[in-house]
Design a protein. Structure first.
Ligand code: NAP
Ligand code: ZN
Length: 404
């Protein structure tokens, strides 16, 4: 047996692992281009498939936060050259999500630094691995909040990769499936992604306006569909920011009667222009009495701590409130707010690849896209401050041509 293993290692300088007679074997070799992993799938000693993975990397300009307290600044990362099922994407645009701020400032805990945020990515395919069948050079594609998952659990098999039992691989602030290679997001000029974790951007949506659909879009579309919003339902969207303004557009496109609940009275005109039928400024506490039991559905997109009970009381009997905003601090819940009118409180997390594609196609069909303010990358710290003040109409999008 030893002779067999030695034989298959001949010619592979640096071979460090033995290959079993049946199954997948890996061994490494060094060339001038870097370290490569060769995998052979064998059945009874016969090589059925040979795949060579390159570990060569591509130096890539990016913007990173080095710690929770530091502003974003220029940084260089390494992207892997495409493995057989990988696609190399030149990034054109990347949206700026409030989750980028939460994570870059470690507001949820456990952040990994240095961090290159960005999970609303639009780009162009510039290279594909040897086994890629879904994409070709020149395709315009999207990458959202995750770039891999365990692919075997019930959630993955159901196309709900965001709920992967083994944990999805976040586009940034996470680790690859090896558990040690950090992932870096879209505040960079290119990214290498597995072909199964990318989206097709339908023609007709301006690319900078498509970027926010990859997170803000799917995060609001998915709960409206999943929890069964119906035409004519009275839906309230709480918080008119990046997510909220997409919630208004989807609610309107799905035929619901949409009301915006906002703590910024100055957003009334915008809300109506975006497709809302009504607007309520929440600064006046009387509105919580005047509008009690009014809505069938509430989509709560607020990024800061607020009183869930006050909003639950605005639900009709059997109404549902879905949380998508993720405030830093927990908020108490009073049981009667749910019990007295058999209300439901739920949460929702982005959406799977299949549903994200469905949402993008829905947008192309219904003329839905994000309202954006395009910025150069050097304005990113200012953009974070403006977002915190609610001073964005309604999503910042970075033009990556500004990063060299
Ligand atoms: P954003 O653009 O900053 O919008 C948040 C909105 O919340 C603001 O525009 C504001 O709307 C409202 N708001 C902010 N501070 C408030 C306060 N102190 N009191 C009441 N309302 C306040 O943020 P975003 O990108 O839409 O993200 C919103 C939240 O969703 C974040 O927590 C983010 O992490 C989370 N998120 C969740 C998912 C998911 O899968 N569940 C995905 C992406 C993002 P008004 O001015 O109209 O009141
Ligand atoms: Zn996001």
């Amino acid at each position: 047996m030893r002779a067999f293993f030695t034989a298959i290692c001949i010619g592979l300088e640096g071979c460090d692992r033995m290959t079993p007679n049946t199954g997948l074997g890996n061994f490494e070799r060094k060339t001038k281009l870097g370290v490569h992993t060769q995998s052979e799938f064998r059945i009874e000693g016969v090589v059925m498939d040979t795949v060579v993975e390159s570990k060569a990397t591509l130096k890539t300009p990016a913007y990173a936060a080095k710690s929770a307290k530091s502003p974003l600044a220029p940084f260089t990362i390494e992207r892997r050259t495409p493995r057989p099922h990988d696609v190399l994407i030149d990034i054109l645009y990347c949206g700026v999500c409030h989750s980028d701020i939460h994570q870059a400032r470690d507001e949820w805990g456990g952040s990994i630094f240095p961090m290159v945020p960005g999970h609303e990515i639009i780009g162009k395919v510039v290279d594909v691995g040897t086994h890629v069948s879904k994409w070709k050079k020149g395709d315009i594609v999207g990458v959202g909040c995750f770039v891999d998952s365990d692919r075997t659990c019930d959630a993955c098999r159901a196309g709900e990769e965001q709920l992967c039992e083994g944990g999805m691989t976040l586009t940034y602030n996470g680790y690859e499936r090896d558990g040690k290679t950090p992932t870096y997001g879209g505040y960079s000029t290119r990214i290498t992604v597995d072909e199964n974790y990318m989206l097709r951007i339908p023609k007709g949506i301006p690319l900078e306006r498509a970027a926010p659909l990859l997170c803000a879009g799917i995060t609001t579309y998915s709960p409206l569909k999943h929890f069964g919003l119906k035409p004519g339902n009275k839906v309230a969207v709480v918080g008119l920011g990046g997510l909220g303004h997409m919630g208004v557009k989807f609610g309107h496109a799905l035929g619901a009667h949409v009301t915006v609940l906002s703590h910024s009275p100055g957003k009334r005109r915008d809300a109506l222009k975006l497709g809302a039928d009504d607007f309520i400024a929440t600064k006046d506490e009387d509105i919580f009495i005047e509008n009690a039991a009014r809505f069938d559905f509430i989509l709560d997109t607020v990024s800061a701590k607020h009183d869930y009970n006050a909003y639950l009381n605005l639900l009709h009997y059997d109404g549902i409130m879905v949380l998508v905003g993720v405030p830093e601090e927990p908020s108490p819940l009073s049981a009667p707010s749910l019990i007295m009118k058999r209300r439901t409180l739920a949460g929702s997390l982005i959406g799977g690849i299949r549903e994200t594609q469905e949402m993008l196609d829905f947008c192309a069909q219904h003329g839905v896209a994000a309202d954006v303010e395009v910025i150069s990358i050097d304005k990113i710290n200012e953009a974070y401050e403006r977002m915190l003040k609610g001073d964005v109409r309604y999503r910042f999008v970075i033009d990556l041509a500004s990063l060299k």
